[in-house]
Design a protein around this ligand. Sequence first.
Ligand code: 2RA
Length: 341
Amino acid sequence: MKRVAVVGATGAVGERMVRLLEERAFPVGSIKFLASARGAGEDRVVRFRGEDVPVEPVSEEAFRGVEIVLSSTPASVSKQWSPVAAAAGAVVIDNSSAFRMDPEVPLVVPEVNAHDIPRHRGIIANPNCSTIQMVVALKPIHDAATIRRVIVSTYQSVSGAGQKGLVELEEQLEALVHRRDWPAPSKFSHPIAGNCLPQIDAFLPDGYTKEERKMIDETRKIMGSEAIEVVPTCVRVPVPYSHSESILVETDRPLSADEARSLWASAPGVTVVDDPEHGRYPLAADAEGHDDVFVGRIRRDPYRPNALLFWCVSDNLRKGAATNAVQIAEELVKLEVGTRG
Ligand code: 2RA
């Protein structure tokens, strides 16, 4: 049984981390919920396995004796506290961008690179949501035919921007239906209701956004190949939960749609929904609340035998964040059992 702490347990991802520890019957011996002084307080509690557990302020002392920390906080907070937790002897699974590209820190999606976990030095980074679902889908294709190039356009839900993103969409949809004016957008740079925004996070000097840069860099690190070319366009869409992605993948050798379909059918964490004749393909609304990555619309590029297209959908708060983090924690437990055995 493990002594666990969750930092940021009251946020959209943190709340799901807590639910997933319950749902997946993680071997929790004791649990603590930690937050900044603002998020903690006598009246703040998190319900866990039928009991109200108070939220404590994060401090060096609070990590004493904790073995596994699940952290979902802004990068600036992670930079401050994750090394403190690691120095106190815990293994931190950090959902922020703070350590993802640090060469000393494994960046892990268990279906793809669980083998990187043992080299951690106290911190393991959880990748960005849009990257996680894509690499789960790419892995069996890469193993079978070696991926050279990936062209991806994302359709990312507003919950990727946190609770405030959801509230902004709801307010604007209501105003749209009632033909009222709405307040100036604050979370997004333009109205999101009735719109698609080809900008997620800030622009970089090369014209890509930080979100797109994450997809490029994180994919290569997780897949362990600097040779994979990733060409992303990340778009925010007025959908509450689940990210969708249109992906074109170029491989070393030709791969038929049937071969790809059967590779995905037996891949861990992937569910194939691909019956276009009957209108069946992965949908954001169907993926919500599930842990798998759903693929469909599988077809060959009509001009290039080595290129395949598909549609990929997953719940961004679950597999795109909380589920992946809890799966990493489960791998840590397995490793320890393996070492002892
Ligand atoms: C987003 N990928 O959807 C981000 C969240 N990590 O905004």
